[in-house]
Write a protein that binds this ligand. Structure first.
Ligand code: AMP
Ligand code: MG
Length: 344
């Protein structure tokens, strides 16, 4: 982790193009700014030239997925869906169709807490300009936030509600991380870490030892709430501190509760750990909306999935599959992070 953080510490504001490269023994680390976030590839390889080529494949793949799925790029496939699917069914490629189906599966699983049609209303928020939709606009637009009105059939997509839009921001980075890990495996790599913003996947381990993955303290910019050892797993964190502004003491942030059209307010931060990043990405967003009680109930029904939820009072909740470091020390299982930095 030392090499990554040396690069990451310099980054506090969005940077258009960032490249940072460090070669240290046989571990190779490279970062680029893609998909509106920092993409990090760390991999173990005996030959630096080959390591660079493998990492370059990852960055190229991330760019390709961004070009396909970004709602901000007018020429992306998602933008053409947003433009035309309200008028007529739009034929899309297999890859996007498959990810839309996976997104739909998470909507069904969570009874709509995860819903890519959140964008019908989410599109009216601008966090950089500190703009949010009026209650009237929310009331008008909310009927279009409904995954059941997103019709998917025979590689075609159609919006059955006027004003509907989609945005894969809650699942596409995890998907891109999974694709990247597949590429690295084909490139002959067996130990690596790929991260895109809050979504990471670890291939193998770090020289026989697990990676220590830090979970950011949701209210202390520089601090960690806790760190957990992981190998051969994915971890995604969704937090209300990532893109937000404050208005009359209220935190207006980028994860929208489809029931209200407003920022979800039951959690500060949710991390989900599981075998692949597409699922952990979608589930971290899902559990963030659901909050600790419903979120943990959902995660307990899923095999191989675990979660750490910091609720809106700063209390940390663990799913039953996680070995609780606090319980091990005989302390209370739940611990507040509110107002101070906790380093487990
Ligand atoms: P993450 O950081 O993975 O939790 O994803 C947050 C992103 O997911 C936001 O920036 C939106 O693009 C998208 N999003 C927000 N609310 C929802 C929701 N209720 N369901 C699905 N995606 C969402
Ligand atoms: Mg997510």
């Amino acid at each position: 982790m030392a090499v990554v953080s040396a690069c990451l510490h310099g980054i506090r504001v969005p940077i258009l193009l960032l490249m940072c490269q460090t070669v240290q023994a046989e571990w190779f680390s490279q970062q680029q700014s893609i998909m509106g976030t920092v993409v990090t590839v760390e991999l173990h390889h005996a030959e630096p030239g080959q390591a660079t080529r493998c990492a370059d494949q990852v960055f190229a793949e991330m760019r390709r997925i961004d070009e396909l799925m970004s709602p901000y790029r007018p020429d992306s496939e998602v933008s053409s869906v947003n433009r035309d699917a309200g008028i007529e069914a739009v034929r899309i490629g297999d890859e996007l169709f498959s990810l839309l189906q996976q997104a739909n599966d998470f909507s069904v699983l969570s009874a709509g807490a995860f819903d890519i049609t959140f964008a019908s209303i989410g599109y009216h928020y601008d966090y950089r300009r500190e703009q949010q939709p009026s209650q009237n606009l929310i009331d008008e637009t909310l009927p279009a936030v409904d995954y059941r009105k997103l019709m998917l059939k025979d590689r075609m997509v159609r919006f059955a509600s006027p004003g509907m839009r989609i945005d894969l921001g809650g699942i596409a980075k995890g998907y891109a991380v999974d694709r990247s890990v597949e590429l690295l495996q084909r490139c002959g790599i067996s130990e690596a870490l790929v991260s895109a913003g809050g979504d990471s996947r670890i291939l193998g381990d770090r020289g026989g030892r697990p990676w220590m993955m830090g979970i950011q303290h949701p209210r202390t910019a520089e601090g960690l709430a806790l760190a957990i050892p992981l190998a051969n797993s994915a971890i995604s964190t969704s937090g209300d501190y990532q893109r937000f502004f404050l208005r009359n003491g209220e935190r207006i942030h980028h994860i929208i509760d489809p029931d209200t059209g407003k920022s979800a307010n039951r959690s500060w931060s949710v991390s989900v750990i599981g075998p692949n990043a597409t699922a952990t990405d979608a589930l971290s967003t899902t559990l963030f909306v659901l909050g600790a009680e419903q979120g943990l109930a959902l995660i307990e029904t899923l095999e191989d999935m675990d979660a750490i939820i910091i609720d809106s009072e700063g209390v940390i909740h663990y799913s039953s599959g996680l070995k609780d470091p606090l319980a091990e020390r005989g302390e209370n299982r739940q611990k507040a992070v509110s107002g101070r930095q906790v380093q487990e």
